[in-house]
Design a protein around this ligand. Structure first.
Ligand code: NAP
Length: 283
């Protein structure tokens, strides 16, 4: 068997066209969805991420503001900026790019963002909403994975999903989203003694670890759906995921590539959340 590839670029394009259409409809009512991206310091990877996010907004007709600050910015000044953005009616979503410099308490900053503008979905209120099934913003990466499953018409009811990784931004919210769609969910992590024994039972595997070849063909049940969240570099310095793509592709039913899989979906879901925030604010 050779797995079908779930193309994150193609799905993103489709979803971004929908976002652009909905943004136009809001503009006709005098509201332009707006995202503020706050970057503190000069982390090169963060600079690329924020540039991509701002560009994606522009391409979809969303207003975006990029606020850049020196790494020496104090926590109090950053909190004051967040508060100003909370009160800015032109801004519907606020994203503070992580990581923040060590002298700033990132959790404190995230908690300062109004939950109604928390388009990253990292606020404790957003996490609580996801856990209890209440309306809120879902973290973009696992939300993108759910959209990928939706795009292939995959019914999670009664399926066994194994999530590898338990971070607050990917693994845990991923597990809750899968649970909400009636999957039976297993969460694996660095203390899981026999990962292969778990993944071999899975109908759906989400790898969110940050290590190459965490998932190889011998660990996958034939026909399983494999979503690769990982972002790593191979020996040639090229971007790769957590999954041994070439090997697993021979066994799985569906697989997401890296690059061109979950990565573009993450930014797309940020646009979706920002649009959603603007639509909610307009009601
Ligand atoms: P993280 O906070 O470092 O979490 C990694 C998780 O993997 C932890 O829960 C860890 O377990 C677990 N783990 C480590 N080694 C393991 C092993 N050998 N077997 C099983 N589990 C293991 O990372 P993250 O923020 O969730 O991100 C994970 C990956 O996704 C990274 O490569 C990151 O760059 C990528 N990512 C991609 C996107 C995207 O848009 N594509 C977005 C976000 C993240 P413990 O909890 O026990 O330490």
């Amino acid at each position: 068997m050779t797995a079908h590839t779930i193309d994150g670029n193609a799905l993103s394009k489709q979803l971004r066209t929908e976002v652009a259409g909905r943004a136009q409809a809001l503009k006709a009512k005098g509201i332009t969805p707006g995202l503020a991206v706050v970057l503190v310091g000069d982390n090169p990877a963060s600079q690329v991420y924020v540039r991509n996010k701002v560009k994606a907004c522009e391409d979809s007709g969303l207003h975006s503001v990029l606020e850049k600050y020196e790494a020496s910015l104090s926590e109090a000044d950053l909190l004051a900026r967040v508060e100003a953005l909370n009160n800015d009616p032109a801004i519907h979503g606020i994203l503070v790019q992580l990581p923040l410099p060590a002298h700033i308490d990132a959790q404190k900053v995230i908690e300062a963002i109004s939950p109604s503008k928390d388009v990253d979905g990292f606020h404790i209120a957003s996490a609580g909403a996801l856990m209890t099934g209440m309306p809120g913003f879902w973290p973009c990466t696992p939300y993108g994975c759910m959209k990928m499953l939706e795009s292939i018409g995959y019914d999670l009811r009664g399926k066994h999903a194994v999530v590898i990784g338990r971070s607050n931004i990917v693994g845990k919210p991923m597990a809750l989203m899968l649970l909400q769609k009636n999957a039976t969910v297993t969460i694996c992590h660095s203390a899981t003694p026999d990962l292969k024994a778990m993944t071999l039972q899975a109908d759906v595997i989400v790898a969110a670890v940050g290590k190459r070849n965490v998932l190889t063909a011998d660990m996958v049940k034939p026909g399983a759906v494999v979503l690769d969240v990982g972002m790593n570099r191979n020996d040639e310095g090229k971007l790769c995921g957590d999954v041994d793509f070439d090997g697993v592709k021979q066994v799985a039913g569906y697989i997401t590539p890296v690059p061109g899989g979950v990565g573009p979906m993450t930014i797309t879901m940020l646009l979706v959340n920002t649009l959603e925030a603007a639509e909610r604010a307009s009601k």
